[in-house]
Design a protein around this ligand. Structure first.
Ligand SMILES: *Cc1c(COP(=O)(O)O)cnc(C)c1O
Length: 341
C-alpha cells in the first residue's frame, strides 16, 4: 500500500501490511543480530513449543507524529520491563531492555512512512512478541526463542468520538486464576477470555468486567484493560494480583495526582460501584474507554454513570492530558516520550 492511498482519518484498530518487521533470535545461549524482514510469515518447526504449550508473550505500544512533526514513542522502557516479566512468567528467555528499545526504534524508523500525520488522531501501533521455537513434545521450556516486532497504523479507538459504552459483569467467568498468569501479558490469557468476551458482545456489551477470581467480591480487569472509578476527586483503581499492570493506568494515576486528585490503589468491592461518579477502562489502544453503564448479569442490577451519552469531566481531562503529551501538545514533564531522531 502506498501511503498516499491510506485514508489516515478513517483507520480502524486492525492489521495493515507495512514495509518491514524486525526479528531477533536467542540461540546457543545468546541473542543474535537484529534482522530486518519484509515477509509477513515466520518459518516455524511444527513441534515449536509456542504452538503446543503456549510459550508466548506480547506487548503493545505506540509511536505518534507530533504537532512539531517529530515522532514520539511513549514509555517504551516500561514495555521493555514488562516484556521481561512476562517472559520470566512463562519460563522464556527475557530480552534485555536496551535490545528491546533498539528493536522498537528500528522498526519504527524502517516504517516511518506509515506513521499517521498529526491531526488525524491516528498513530503507529507497535506489537512486539516472543515465542519459544525449540522443537519439543515433552513439556519443558524451549531453549531457543524469537522476538518479532511488527507495526501497523491504527486509528483513534473511538470513531464517533469519546463516548461511554456499556459493559457487563458476571461471576460465571474468570479471565485468569488467582495466582496464575493475570499479571503478565501472555496470549494464553486472551485465549482464556474469548468465551466471556464473545458472550458480552452477543448480549450487546463492549466487554466483560471481571470480578476477582479468588473471593468473587472485588472488581478486577475490565476486558483487556484496567478499571478505574472516580469519586470526590479520587481516582480509585483495583490492586489485584490477577490484573496486568497497565502503563496507561500508571500514567493516568500520575496525571490524576498532577491535577490534584488523590489516588487509591486497593481492592474495590462490587458494591462500591454505586458510589462512583465516573468509571472507565484504560489501556494503550484507547487510552480511556469511558463506561456509561454496568449491568450485573447475575442479579439484574444496573449501575448508570452517563445519562446523556457523554463522558464525565475527569475522564475527559485525563484523556486530553495524556493524548496531549503523546502528540507533543503538552509539556512532557515526566519524560515519558522518546523523540526519534
Ligand atoms: C495490555 C493490557 C492492558 C493495558 O496495558 P497498557 O500498558 O496500558 O496498554 C490491560 N490489561 C490487560 C489484560 C492487557 O493485556
Amino acid at each position: 500500500m502506498k501511503e498516499t492511498e491510506i485514508d489516515w482519518g478513517n483507520l480502524s484498530f486492525s492489521y495493515m501490511k507495512t514495509d518491514y518487521n524486525v526479528r531477533c533470535t536467542y540461540k546457543d545461549g545468546k541473542w543474535g543480530e537484529i534482522e530486518v524482514s519484509d515477509s509477513e510469515y515466520v518459518p516455524l518447526h511444527i513441534a515449536a513449543s509456542c504452538l503446543h504449550y503456549g510459550q508466548e508473550s506480547f506487548e503493545g505500544l505506540k509511536a505518534f507524529r507530533g504537532k512539531d512533526g517529530k515522532v514520539r514513542i511513549f514509555r517504551m522502557e516500561e514495555n521493555a520491563r514488562r516484556f521481561i516479566r512476562s517472559a520470566e512468567g512463562v519460563k522464556m528467555q527475557p530480552m534485555p531492555e536496551e535490545l528491546f528499545c533498539e528493536m522498537v526504534r528500528k522498526v519504527v524508523k524502517l516504517n516511518e512512512r506509515f506513521i499517521p500525520p498529526y491531526g488525524t488522531g491516528a498513530s503507529l501501533y507497535i506489537r512486539p512478541l516472543e515465542i519459544g521455537i525449540t522443537a519439543r513434545v515433552g513439556v519443558k521450556p524451549a531453549s531457543e526463542y524469537m522476538v518479532i516486532m511488527l507495526v501497523t497504523p491504527v486509528g483513534p479507538y473511538f470513531k464517533e468520538g469519546f463516548k461511554p459504552t456499556k459493559v457487563c459483569m458476571s461471576r460465571e467467568y474468570d479471565r485468569v486464576a488467582p495466582k496464575g498468569t493475570g499479571s503478565i501479558k501472555v496470549g494464553g490469557n486472551y485465549a482464556a477470555s474469548l468465551v466471556a468476551g464473545e458472550k458480552a458482545h452477543d448480549l450487546g456489551y463492549s466487554v466483560m468486567l471481571y470480578i476477582d477470581p479468588k473471593e468473587k467480591k472485588y472488581l478486577d480487569e475490565c476486558g483487556a484493560a484496567n478499571f478505574f472509578g472516580i469519586r470526590d476527586n479520587k481516582y480509585i483503581t483495583p490492586a489485584s494480583e490477577s490484573i496486568l499492570p497497565s502503563i496507561t493506568n500508571k500514567s493516568l494515576t500520575q496525571l490524576a495526582e498532577d491535577l490534584g486528585m488523590t489516588v487509591e490503589r486497593r481492592h474495590i468491592p462490587v458494591e462500591e460501584l454505586e458510589t462512583f461518579e465516573e468509571v472507565g477502562a484504560c489501556g494503550t489502544a484507547a487510552v480511556i474507554s469511558p463506561i456509561g453503564e454496568i449491568d450485573d448479569l447475575d442479579n439484574g442490577k444496573k449501575y448508570i454513570y452517563s445519562k446523556d451519552g457523554q463522558a464525565g469531566p475527569w475522564s475527559v481531562k485525563l484523556y486530553e492530558k495524556l493524548r496531549g503529551i503523546q502528540y507533543g501538545e503538552e509539556p512532557d514533564t515526566h519524560g515519558w516520550c522518546e523523540i526519534l531522531d
